[in-house]
Design a protein around this ligand. Structure first.
Ligand code: SF4
Length: 276
């Protein structure tokens, strides 16, 4: 016998809930007893930052479903250490005097800049919550991440705290995105929209076209955010940055009335913490 048996009995098993297809699939499988998680934790980038469709789905379908099946679905905000106030990603980007460019804005050559949004608004929020719930390096919490087999490239365990153990339950079971649709529908639930910040520069052009067509007011807000960031860049004497890879403002890069025929799946996000 070793000590592991005693520590694992108190093991905190959680799932990082992103609000998208993979997370809903995990929730349904856990409700059926096919996955061993009772606690789902969503790091909320902010109700003003997350795809509004994802927030609606969360309240209308995911939370009632979790509750009906005795699962905990906790939504955790990012709280500033010093002031204890909740800070959303959109607030962080737009607040007066902010020089913060946490999101992966694109340079004029189209390449995304480095980002810290995933680390500070997702990874750290969940890590802090696990610590608060008692996870330690000696008794780490398990965190399930919703990566499906089609996205195997996104599975990397490099972003992990000593008090966490990452696992990929969908990947291990060979579940593909197409299977996610089947699982979610089989529970009588509608398919959730893609989860991500509405202004995420990792959006594919198809996603921007769809936003312009279906939610022009939100598209306009994204254009205005890009303009605000560039007014700040002008003040600092820096090059402009963009939300798309086309090296031009969103308004011009995604012209009105242009439709796209497909939306290939590739988020450009190399972690499993966003868009799952
Ligand atoms: S969805 Fe995009 S903008 Fe939002 S936290 Fe993830 S990488 Fe950053």
């Amino acid at each position: 016998m070793n000590n592991h048996a005693s520590t694992s009995s108190a093991e905190l098993r959680t799932f990082s809930f992103g609000g998208g297809w993979q997370s809903m699939t995990a929730l349904v499988l856990a409700a059926r007893g096919e996955l061993d998680y009772r606690t789902f934790i969503m790091a909320n980038v902010g109700d003003d930052s997350e795809n509004p469709g994802t927030i609606t789905y969360l309240h209308r379908y995911a939370m009632p479903f979790a509750e009906a099946h005795g699962l905990e679905l906790a939504v955790v905000d990012r709280v500033m250490k010093r002031t204890k106030e909740v800070r959303t990603l959109y607030q962080d980007l737009t607040r007066e005097g902010s020089r913060s460019l946490k999101i992966p804005v694109r340079m004029s050559n189209g390449a995304p800049g480095t980002r810290s949004c995933t680390a500070s608004f997702k990874i750290k929020v969940i890590a802090d919550e696990l610590k608060r719930r008692g996870a330690t390096a000696d008794n780490p919490a398990t965190v399930g991440i919703g990566i499906s087999l089609d996205e195997i490239d996104r599975a990397n365990k490099r972003r992990c705290e000593p008090h966490e153990r990452i696992e990929y339950p969908l990947l291990e079971r060979g579940i593909r995105r197409i299977d996610c649709i089947r699982v979610i529908r089989s529970a009588g639930l509608p398919i959730p929209p893609k989860s991500s910040c509405w202004f995420c520069p990792f959006h594919r052009p198809e996603a921007w076209h769809e936003m312009r067509r279906t939610d022009p007011a939100l598209f306009e807000r994204a254009c205005q955010l890009e303009e605000l960031l560039n007014r700040r860049r002008d003040e600092l004497g820096k090059d402009h940055v963009y939300l798309t890879r086309f090296g031009m403002p969103l308004r011009r890069a995604i012209p009105d009335g242009v439709d796209t025929l497909f939306d290939e799946y590739d988020s450009g996000c190399d972690s499993g913490w966003c868009m799952t």
